[in-house]
Ligand binder design. Sequence first.
Ligand code: SF4
Ligand code: SF4
Length: 387
Amino acid sequence: MTPQTPVRSEATQRPFGNGRSVSLFTLGTMRALAGPEQMAVVLRAALAAGINHLETAPAYGPAETFLGQGLASLAAEGLGPHGGWRITSKLLPLGDLEAGRRQLTAILSRLGIPRLDSLAIHGLNRPEHLEWASHGAGAELLAWALGEGLVGQVGFSSHGGNDLIEAALATGRFSFCSLHLHLFDQTRLPLARSALAAGIGVLAISPADKGGRLYDPPPELLADCDPFHPLELAYRFLLDQGISTLSLGAEQPQDLAWAAALAGPAATWLSPAHRAALERLAAAGRERLGPERCGQCRACLPCPSSVPIPELLRLRNLAVGHGMGVFAGERYNLIGRAGHWWEQSNAEACRHCGDCLPRCPHQLPIPELLADTHRRLAAAPRRRLWG
Ligand code: SF4
Ligand code: SF4
């Protein structure tokens, strides 16, 4: 199933913090890394899809260099979005002020631009990262960058817990944030709504990939979402929530097909037919999981052995409830291998102490379900996923 809607030349844009408005979709540049030619091809497709916001980072290898070259080649042909590209790059939360200055200067040099629209702290995942960004060298760096006019606004991306994200937003230092917001992982949606209400821009990190490999859905998921594609439903759900922009890491022009199809203004993002499909999808998951469905309420925490119970049982929900075992297996096998970007303990850390049992409102046999999660997912292939 592929999108049928023709490409539009004018895209709907949304406010993004204190910066210029951005397109509904943001081109992530971490996948078009074969060379500047590939990046230019993807840039052209993004332009045709109504995209004006680009996201990159030094951590994406040669992405910034290729992006700078791709932008120059499009500019030489007079190609670019109305009002120019909006560009966001990101810096890891470490190092002193001087190192940060050098990094930002190098970013601008690689991109061939005098100023970034938006600079994000890349992976504000731990309390020490927030300390660095709000009181340490990071705070000095951000103030310097804003004061010098080298960046238009500052924000952060985070894979951390809700408490940390809430604390970061509450500092008032950040104008935008990039969060994991997905149809199949809605735990951060209340935070996103609060941020939007406060005028903070919100980018959803890769709903297609991190949201469940929805570009390659399993048969169960396709059937449950029929007549819509799961990715279309996921995108429409997030747009209906008012999320500022959805990131999409394209490797080839076809990867931008849904972005092109959904680029134009819409009277409503979720028609009655879309809402009915979402309800059928949820009902199918509930039916397959039966009484073993984890409701994601987090009442079982804290676990004395630091088992991330809700996160692990969410993966089980996806595998059993929606046939998404490949995605769940990838995520499960990354545990303990991705530093502060993902969980540190898998289901084997459960010591069967039973502390969590009386706290679960659904009376779930948590240790048994964790063991089942490990049996189902531990042997699946793994890959490194950037945030
Ligand atoms: S039974 Fe396992 S998951 Fe539950 S609190 Fe004890 S160690 Fe943690
Ligand atoms: S308390 Fe029960 S339903 Fe809630 S997140 Fe924990 S295991 Fe899931």
